[in-house]
Every structure is written in C-alpha cells, then in structure tokens.
Design a protein around this ligand. Structure first.
Ligand code: FMN
Length: 324
C-alpha cells in the first residue's frame, strides 16, 4: 500500500491532506473529526489582531473566561489559546496556529503566546488590501518582510507565510521571505471580493467557496518555486479531489490544503480523497509521496517555459468561436 507520509515545515505528517483554516478547524469537535477522517495536520482559524481591541483579551486574567472548546471567529485570544491547548492535548497530528495581525507589535506578542500554548508551527495569514495610492508595492512588501523578521526573532517553531497571489514578482518576494525567516509558503489565500446588490443599492460581503478550476494558480507557482531555497510549499485554493491533490504534489507541493471541499462535503470527504490518491499511486507505481513530488515541477518538465509565457498565442488561438 502506498506510503503517504510527507514532511511539511520540518514536521512529519502521515498524509499530505491538510485541513486549512476555516470554521471547521475552529472547534475541538471539528478538529477531532478531521483527524479521524485522515487529515495529516490541521490549521486553526486565524486569530485576528482586531479581536484584541474588543476587550476580550483575557489571557492571564480570569481563568474561566474563554474556556470554551470553540474558538470561533472573533471569540478572542483566550478562547483561541484554550482551543489550541485542548487540540494539542487530544490530537496526535500536528496543530498549526494561524495569526492575522495588523501591527508589528501585535504579531510578535501573539506569535509568542501561540508558541507557548504548544502550536507545532505558526502560519502568518497576511491579508492586506492596499488601497493607498501613495503606498508603493515595494513598501507593502517591506511591511510583510518586517513582520516575518520580527516574528522569526520572537519564536522558535516553524513559520509559514500564507500569501495572496497579487504580487508583481512573486518569486523575488518568496526568496526575500525565506531570507526573513519563513520556513514555508502557503500558496494562496483567497481574497473575498465584495459584490453589489443593485436593488438595495448596497455593497455585499460575498464569500463563495472555490472550485477545482481555481487550482491552476497555486499549481503554476508551486511548480515554479519547487526546490528553491529548500522551502516547504503548501497548496491552498481549489484542492477538492484526489486528482487535484496528485496535481499539486506533482507540481512540487509538500501538502495539499483543503477548506471549501471540507466545508461543502464535511470532514469525511478526506476518506475518498485519500483512497483515490492511493489508487492513483498504485496504478502509476509510486510507493511514496517523495517519489512523485515535483515530477512535473518547472525544473522537471522538458519545456520549463510552459509555466511562463510559452504557447500563450497558441493557447488563446485554440479557443476559436463556434461556426454559425
Ligand atoms: C469560511 C472560511 C473561513 C476562512 N478562514 C480563514 C482564516 O481564518 N485564516 C486563513 O488564513 N484562511 C482562512 N480561509 C481561507 C482558507 O483557509 C483557504 O486558504 C481558502 O478557502 C482557499 O482554499 P479552498 O479552495 O480549499 O477553499 C477561510 C476560508 C473560508 C471559506
């Protein structure tokens, strides 16, 4: 039977299927179900720095406050740390905490707390929409690097950075993030784009789940970044099926993260995905994940330019309009 073990952020995982941050990973019950269904690791929902401003920061205060098993969004840091501690006590798979901060001080203070509460690794979810015309791309990137450097100095556990795909030179930024101390990249977060209600004349916050069609973006960048700087790579966005998992592993990912598929189908969705992954590996005579990882990365394919501009015109021309 195929061996699904993989390494991510220096951690040994029994499977490359990882549950990314979502409401499912925000309760002990959800986390347990994910482990039983076969998750190799779990990422808790982000602790948002804004939550600290709401007066819910009870850490070190009343011990009864926040002793819930449900961290939820906006539940505050005490409930979050409690969930993390309980998850560590009752799960045997790695538990990755996630932090979304807005100021340098906030990131560092909370990264330290999450490390102390037992997180196996930390994911920095840098979700920042820069709308100030005066702020250059270089300055935005410098802010990212500044945060990563500061957090790296403060903690010893592995550090992953979850990025959006909207950068002019992602390969350059990736290299700088590694230099700043990142051990892994999660490619990519999904920005939730607001919609307009044209009857009520309102802006609507819109959150739609992904589909497998969105896999192409992480697939390309994982293929490009595979085996550069020895960094761990996690694919996020559009991983729904075993075929999607095979694709990101062939491109060079260490793990395949899922949120939308698990929210839509429930934690047990991991079971058929794992079965079909094993089945594909058996049919293609791969015994380990190491053997197949990166087989179709940019360095491994005969024409590396296919991941860049090559065949652009041919691909566009192949979409000819139907004859009338
Ligand atoms: C309801 C919901 C909540 C999410 N919460 C978080 C979060 O707290 N932190 C984070 O980094 N990503 C969060 N995400 C993003 C997911 O972890 C994931 O990166 C994204 O949905 C793309 O993966 P998918 O195509 O498998 O859904 C959330 C996504 C959804 C749908």
């Amino acid at each position: 039977m195929a061996d699904l073990r993989t390494r991510y952020l220096g951690l040994e995982l029994q499977s490359p299927l990882v549950a990314s941050a979502s409401p499912l990973t925000g309760s002990l019950d959800g986390l347990r179900k994910l482990e039983v269904a076969g998750a190799g690791a779990v990422v808790l929902p982000s602790l948002f720095e804004e939550e600290l401003a709401t007066g819910q920061d009870q850490v070190g205060g009343d011990p009864d406050v926040g002793r819930a098993d449900q961290a939820g969004y906006g539940a505050g840091p005490a409930a979050y740390l409690s969930l993390l501690e309980q998850a560590k006590a009752s799960l045997s798979i790695p538990v990755i905490a996630s932090l979304n901060g807005t100021s340098r001080g906030g990131w560092v203070r909370h990264a330290t707390r999450l490390e102390q509460a037992g997180a196996d690794a930390l994911e920095l979810n840098i979700y920042y929409v820069s709308s100030r015309p005066g702020l250059s791309g270089g300055e935005v990137e410098e802010n990212y690097l500044d945060v990563v450097r500061a957090v790296r100095r403060a903690i010893g556990i592995p550090l992953a950075v979850k990025l959006s795909p909207y950068f002019s030179s992602l390969a350059n930024l990736a290299g700088q993030l590694v230099e700043a101390g990142a051990n892994g990249l999660v490619l990519f977060n999904r920005f939730y784009q607001p919609d307009l209600d044209i009857e009520a004349m309102e802006v609507l916050p819109a959150l739609e789940l992904s589909s497998s069609a969105e896999l192409r973006l992480p697939l390309r960048w994982i293929a490009i970044l595979h085996r550069r700087w020895g960094i761990s790579l996690a694919a996020s966005t559009g991983v729904h099926t075993a075929e999607d998992v095979v694709k990101v592993l062939l491109a060079g990912a260490d793990v395949a993260m899922m949120t939308s598929a698990l929210l839509h189908n429930g934690p047990d969705h991991l079971r058929p995905v794992e079965l079909r992954l094993r089945d594909w590996m058996d049919r293609h005579r791969y015994e380990t994940i190491d053997q197949l990882r990166g087989q179709l990365s940019q360095r491994s394919v005969p024409d590396p330019a296919t991941f860049e501009r090559a065949n652009y015109i041919k691909t566009l021309a192949s979409r000819t309009p139907p004859r009338r």
